[in-house]
Ligand binder design. Structure first.
Ligand code: HAM
Length: 430
């Protein structure tokens, strides 16, 4: 075969797009009901934005970015996540002067040079949310409530489990980091090779290592929740109180630290038991100082990103809706002209219509319509035109009847309207 797609990059085929459209429809419906507005950000940025925004010692910046020099010699990176770009836009366009919190969402592809496997790709898609300029703990609970409402809207409420944690702030985390590094340092020989390298640079990352050899050391590690300062402790207690008030189910997971440097206080992930190793459907958290670091005002923020491929995998392909509701089959030139005009009228009324232009035999056309799952076929031949009527065939039952030509459009529109309630494609229902 000829040129194939790049490893870790995939096509989303027409059988899959109804699921993707359902995810996108749920995104807009749920997030907009919470006052979020869509922002569209570029696919690439200056490399320094991600180096500063995500953190130099993160896996993403150290080894996963698609970075290249453009023709003017500038270092450019394909976006590995959306948060840094959203904050850049927030600063660049003065969005921070709007009433706060400024609520933004964005949907689209991200690029990370990771080892591809089921649920992990080099080009993947995220739904990303940021609420900017508000520090209140009630906002954390609202954001988490919205995230879980999204999964609920897709019927995934039972399969998506919310895990929350607090990782402290600049007042309490340094002492915890030191205590943790001491514990890990004393047990260095019992950690996996990757974690041994992390102890000096980013000991918190060791906490969410999944390798079996690290688990005994991690079970004895100090807990961040015991090390929180008064302000962080109170923030976390309030978040949990509001989550309880919202009736949200969640687990407190003290070892949840996340792979990006910018988080402060609340961090969270949504995990599923149904996807094997790539079990994170979404992740996010709060941040302070990041907007300032990127040259903006000292505004706090909180946000998350949902991995769309993983949500699509959980939902499965769903029924493949027929491309057309009715297929017009002309037999001869006058019938074809009539069908072309009729198709125009029906499409203007919103019906998906296909015309068979080919000189194929009627039986071949009917077989084709059957294979495509088209529910109705209209046959317009010379005999029909002379009689001033066309033959309408219900493909499921095989029943046929002669419909006067001027009654064809209203009849089909009626059939389509009657069907739209029960059998609309999933995307339209979601
Ligand atoms: P993240 O945890 O790196 O967070 O990614 C969020 C989600 O994107 C993951 O839970 C996963 O579902 C999906 N994901 C990540 N990498 C891949 C991949 N290679 N293939 C398929 N899916 C993937 C962030 O990106 C943060 N920017 C989230 C955030 C927003 N925090 C605050 N605001």
């Amino acid at each position: 075969m000829g040129v194939r797609a790049v490893r870790g990059v995939r096509d989303i085929l027409p059988t899959e797009t109804p699921t993707w459209q359902a995810i996108e429809a749920a995104t807009r419906r749920v997030f907009e009901s919470y006052g979020y507005r869509e922002l569209r950000i570029p696919l690439f940025e200056r490399t320094e934005l991600f180096a500063r925004g995500i953190g130099e010692t993160t896996d993403i910046v150290e080894k996963e970015m698609y970075t290249f020099q453009d023709r003017s010699g500038d270092s450019i990176t394909l976006r590995p996540e959306a948060t840094a770009s959203v904050l850049r836009a927030y600063i660049e366009h003065g969005l921070f002067t709007q009433p706060k919190p400024v609520r933004l969402y964005t949907v689209g592809p991200m690029f990370r040079y990771e080892r591809p496997q089921a649920g992990r790709y080099r080009q993947f898609h995220q739904i990303n949310v940021e609420a900017l300029g508000e520090a209140a703990s009630a906002l954390d609970a609202e954001v988490l409530g919205m995230l879980m409402a999204f999964f609920g809207a897709l019927g995934l409420g039972e399969r998506a489990v919310l895990h929350v944690n607090s990782i402290g702030d600049a007042a309490c985390r340094p002492a915890f980091r030191t205590a943790l590094a001491e514990h890990l340092g004393a047990n260095l020989g019992r950690l996996c090779e990757e974690c041994r390298g992390r102890v000096g640079r980013n000991p918190l990352r060791v906490l969410d290592c999944k390798k079996p050899e690290c688990q005994p050391v991690l079970e004895k590690a100090p807990s961040i929740l015991d090390a929180l300062c008064g302000a962080c402790r109170e923030h976390f207690e309030r978040v949990r109180r509001y989550l309880d008030a919202l009736g949200l189910r969640y687990e407190v997971t003290p070892r949840l630290v996340r792979g990006l440097d910018y988080y402060v206080r609340t961090t969270f992930e949504v995990l599923t038991g149904d996807l094997g190793a790539q079990n994170a459907l979404a992740g996010g958290g709060r941040y302070y100082g990041l907007i300032e670091l990127l040259g903006g005002p000292p505004d706090p923020g909180i946000g998350f990103a949902i991995g769309m491929e993983r949500v699509a995998l959980l939902l499965g392909a769903g029924p493949d809706p027929a491309a057309a509701f009715v297929q017009l089959i002309p037999l001869g030139e006058p019938g074809l002209v009539r069908c072309l005009r009729l198709a125009q009228v029906l499409r203007a009324a919103g019906l998906p219509v296909e015309v068979a232009y080919g000189a194929r035999r009627l039986r071949t056309e009917l077989e084709r319509a059957h294979r495509l799952g088209v529910p109705h076929v209209l046959i317009v031949g010379d005999d029909e035109l002379r009689a001033g009527a066309a033959t309408l065939r219900d493909m499921a039952s095989g029943a046929q009847d002669a419909v006067p030509l001027d009654a064809v459009a209203p009849r089909l529109e009626g059939l389509y309207a009657a069907r739209a309630d029960g059998a609309a494609p999933r995307a339209a229902r979601a």
